[in-house]
Design a protein around this ligand. Structure first.
Ligand code: GLU
Length: 496
């Protein structure tokens, strides 16, 4: 049986930073499109001019690109169904609002904002849900037409059926049944002539031949409105999928601004741009977010290709998922271990160069096996790798003093270690380890003291990748120079 190619879309509003929710929806859209040989589309929903943030659209495009979720049609690429920015589609919405007015499914409303506000206040006082009182719903069509022709300002409202029920089918949640008398006459076209989300998204999904609408569950409230609009036009409905919500890490309540700020303090974020800067990888972020709302095993490690292979909208889940940043760490670290050496080197290089280091590519390739297992985020490479690229290191003098010894004893050890290493023709692991271990034996100092001093001298830090392998990469000359510097630092301490 051949599967019908799906057309899916991510339709973000450029009103702020691109966040995890958008990334996850885009991922599922992408997987579905790829799985079925269809298309994945980017549509920018920018009709709320007051909320539009400069730069946000670019951030969305950059974010999708970084994640590797390349869209087939979009504002920058064009496509058969463009334009893909809603502010460039005004006439399309005006025409469609007119179609609904003409067919009796919508009406112009001339009520002034002050009047609407007064009605709203009165309804709230009576403890009613605020709703439009229907003044213009009952205007005779020719009277309404006359007022429009006279240039009176108006908006367009949807004429919701008042009797019966609306049955809206969500693919994950089944039939959602709402009594129509609960529904409001929502605004379709605003006074600035631009559409609301309700009209624009429905019209565009139809015009762009979207087969599956995947979106956040915050749209469940107006879902009955949306199916009524589609039906008023007489169009075929897409498959609707309202995805699960993200809960804060504690699992109690939705992710809020406060939780978001707290996450950033801990070195995490729900914003894609931040995640990139914090050293998370697209593979880690996608694997992590894919599993929050997809009923596969929680610890399933998958590349995007493997996800495409396994993806199926029937196994998406509606139950809310708590954001667990420790899992993000886990998936990120896991994917870092799966990259090829060349790939990981290319990803780490910018972190070193950003520190002003001159990165030798050969050295970088050599250090990958030494540091890979230590990385949770890519920027962890700085903690374990900068000393490879520095001319010299500046250890903290206190760190050079081995536990249980004083500066003088530590200097003696450093001197002896220097001599031993200087006697070797090269500084390979095989050559250096046994004479140093022999020295530990005969000196009566312990391994930690001797190798601790050497480690701090060579790397400038107390924790480092394997010492002998590191020394080999750094090279004989530089290593001897660094030990010499350490001796000088120690001598200064007891000669004070
Ligand atoms: N512009 C809407 C939003 O950003 C899109 C919802 C949808 O995907 O239909 O929430």
């Amino acid at each position: 049986m051949s599967i019908k190619p799906a057309r899916t879309r991510i339709a973000p509003s450029p009103t702020g930073h691109m966040h995890l929710g958008t990334a996850r929806t885009a991922l599922y859209d992408y997987l579905l499109a790829k799985k079925t040989g269809g298309q994945f589309i980017l549509r920018i929903e920018d009709t709320d001019l007051k909320r539009t943030v400069p730069g946000a659209e670019q951030e969305i495009m950059d974010g999708l690109l970084w994640l590797g979720l390349e869209y087939d049609e979009g504002p920058d690429l064009g496509g058969k169904y463009g334009p893909y920015r809603q502010t460039e589609r005004r006439e399309i919405y005006t025409q469609h609002a007119k179609i609904l007015i003409d067919s009796g499914h919508a009406y112009p409303c001339f009520c002034m904002p002050e009047k609407l506000e007064k009605t709203r206040q009165a309804q709230m006082k009576r403890k009613e849900n605020p709703h439009y009182d229907g003044t213009c719903r009952v205007l005779a069509p020719d009277e309404a037409a006359k007022r429009m022709a006279n240039g009176e300002a108006y908006i367009v409202r949807f004429k919701m059926p008042k009797e019966g029920v609306t049955v809206a089918r969500d693919h994950l949640r089944g039939d959602i049944i709402t009594e129509n008398k609960q529904l409001n006459d929502y605004v379709l076209l605003k006074s600035d002539g631009l559409p609301t989300y309700h009209l624009a998204a429905i019209v565009d999904d139809h015009e762009m031949q979207i087969t599956h609408v995947l979106r956040g569950s915050e749209w469940l409230g107006t879902f009955p409105l949306h199916v009524n609009i589609v039906r008023a036009f007489g169009w075929e409905e897409p498959i609707w999928i309202h995805l699960s919500v993200f809960l804060k890490p504690s699992g109690k309540g939705k992710m809020s601004k406060r939780e978001t700020a707290a996450a950033i303090k801990d070195g995490y974020s729900i914003f894609i741009k931040d995640m990139q800067e914090l050293g998370f990888t697209p593979e880690g972020v996608l694997n992590w977010s894919a599993l929050m709302g997809w009923g596969v095993a929680e610890d399933e490690v998958m590349t995007v290709d493997q996800m495409i292979e396994r993806f199926n909208i029937d196994s998406l889940t509606a139950s809310p998922a708590a954001i667990n940043f420790q899992k993000l760490d886990h998936f990120n670290a896991t994917h870092i271990r799966l990259f090829t050496t060349e790939d990981l080197a290319a990803r780490l290089k910018p972190y070193f160069t950003r520190e002003g280091l001159n990165v030798n590519d050969e050295v970088l390739l050599k250090i990958i096996p030494l540091i890979r297992e230590r990385l949770v985020t890519l920027d962890d490479c700085l903690a374990f790798g900068t000393f490879f690229f520095r001319e010299d290191v500046t250890p903290n003098p206190e760190d050079l003093i081995a536990k249980g010894l004083d500066a003088k004893q530590s200097a003696q050890i450093a001197q002896r270690v220097y001599q031993i290493l200087a006697e070797q023709p090269d500084i390979s692991h095989e050559r250096c380890e046994s004479p140093l271990r022999a020295y530990v034996e005969e000196s009566g100092f312990n391994v930690n003291q001797v190798f601790g001093i050497l480690r701090v001298a060579i790397t400038g830090q107390k924790v480092s990748p394997p010492l002998f392998e590191s020394m080999e990469i750094i090279g004989r000359e530089k290593c001897l120079q660094r030990i010499k510097n350490a001796i000088e630092i120690l001598e200064k301490m007891f000669n004070k």
